[in-house]
Design a protein around this ligand. Sequence first.
Ligand code: GDP
Ligand code: GDP
Length: 492
Amino acid sequence: MKPLVAIVGRPNVGKSTLFNRLARRRIALVEDIPGVTRDRHYWDVECEGRFITIIDTGGFVPGEKDSLLQQVREQAQLAVEECDAIVFVTDARAGLTTADQEVAAYLRQSGKPVVVAANKLDSESQLVQAHASEFFRLGLGEVFPISAEHGLGVGTMMEAVVGKLPPMDDEELAAKAFAETALDEPVTEEDEAAFGYVPEGEEGEEGEEGAAPAATPIGEKEAEGEDEEERPIRIAIIGRPNVGKSTLVNALLKEKRVVASEVPGTTRDPIDSELTYKDRKVILTDTAGIRRKKTIAHRLEKFSVVASLKSMERSDVAVLLMDATEPAVDQDAKLAGLAEEKGRALVIVVNKWDLISTDQRKQELFREELKYALKFVHYAPIVFTSALTGAKVEKVLELAVELADQFRYRSPTPQLNRLLKHIEESHPAPIVGRGPLRVYYMAQVGTAPPTFAITCNRPEGVPDMYRRYITNQLRKTFDLRVPIRLLFRERP
Ligand code: GDP
Ligand code: GDP
C-alpha cells in the first residue's frame, strides 16, 4: 500500500496551494479523466524516490452546520486515523492562532509523524521577520519555513516527511518498478526488428508488408512460470454508508460458506474475509474501518473516500455498491472515478432493487441513465441486486472473478500488431504537428490494469479521439471490460 500523506490545517493557510505544487510530481501513468480530475483532492506522486498518495483534507467539505473549529478538528481526525504522515500547514504571516493550537493538540496525541510548515514566507526578508519560531511552541518538533506559492523550502520539507514514512513495502516497490518500466524502458533494436520496424527514410512510406513479430515483447518476458490461478482474487467492496455493503458481504459469505472466518487485521486494516468461488480463492476487503467508527463516518462522506482509496489500493476488483432508492450520482461517480483512476476493474452494483420494481423495462432505463452518468467507466458491468434477499448476489462474484482475469490478461503480441495494422488501414492517421502520426508497433508492457505501449513518431501530440479509438479497439478485440492504459512513446 502506498503511504498516505495528509495535508492538514485551518482554512486559508495555503493547503491547496501546497497540494497543487506537490501534485506536479504526480505519476505520469495516471491519466487525467475528464469530469473526475476537476475537483481532485488526492494524487499519487513521486517524492524523494517514494511513491506516495497526498491528500488535501481541506478539499473534503464537512457539513455546513459545523463550526470552523469543528471542521478543522474533523480534518485532523481524518489524518490521524488514516495517514502515515501529516503535513501541518500554518500561516507564518498571520502567526499562531487558536485553531492551529486545537489541531496541534490532536496531532500530538495521535503519535503520527508530523511536520510543521510555516507557510507564506515568500522571501528571505520575510523569513527573518516571520513568526516561524512561534510554531515551535506547538510541540510538534521541527518547523519548516516554506512558500507554497513559490515553491521555496518545499523540497527540504518533503525530504523530512519522507524520512518519517514506514519503509517501502513490496507493493510500493512493485508500483515503482512498474511505473519505471512502463515509462522508461528503452526500446531495443531487437524489439524493433521483431516488429518489422523500418527506420524512417530507409524504406517506402508504409514500411514492410507482413513482417511477422518473432521475439518476446516487453512485458511478457516474465510471464512463464507464473501461476495466475493460484493467486487469490482481491475484491474491495466500496460505497457510501448504508448502501448495503455489510449485508452484501454477509450474503456472499453465507452463500459460499466461509473458508477461513473473518481475519481481523491490525487496528488500522480493513477486515478481510476469505471464501472460495468455483475453486478460486477470493478475499473480500470490506471498508470495515468505516463501520467501526460509524458515528464519525456517517457525518463525513470523506471517510468513505479515504477508506475506499485504501482498500482499492490492495485489490484487483472494486465492487461499487449504490442504493437504488437513493441514487446519489455525484458521490457514486466520485467513487467510480477513483476506481478508474486507480486502474482497478469495476463492477457496479445497484443494490436494494427489491424496493424498486420487478419490471424489466424499468431496469433497462435505470441502466441506460447510469451508463450515461458514469460514461468514464462505460466498460464496467452493472448488476441489479438485493443483498437482503440474495437476488443476483452470486452474479456479483461471478463478474468480479471474470474481471479479475481480464485485469491480468496478457494479449498475444502478434495479434496486437495485426490489430495495429488493421487500425492503420481502416482509420486515417491523424495529423500531428507538421505531419501524419506514424505508429510503428504495439506491445503490452503491463497487466493489472492491462497497459499497452505504442511506439510512434510524435507521442506528445496524439489526439484524444485517436487514443480513445485505439483503446476501444483493444477492448473489442480482447473483450476487456476493465480499465486500459495506453502509452504512446517515441523510439529512443
Ligand atoms: P487553504 O484554504 O488552506 O487550502 O488555502 P489556499 O491554498 O486556498 O490559500 C489561501 C490563500 O493564501 C490564497 O490566496 C493563496 O494564494 C495564498 N497563499 C498560499 N500559499 C502562499 C504563499 O506561499 N505565499 C503567499 N504570499 N500566499 C500564499
Ligand atoms: P453499509 O453501511 O453499506 O455496510 O450498509 P448495511 O449493509 O449496514 O445496510 C444498511 C441498511 O440497508 C440495513 O438496514 C440493511 O438491512 C439494508 N439493506 C441492505 N441491502 C438491502 C437490500 O438489498 N434491500 C433492502 N430492502 N434493504 C437492504
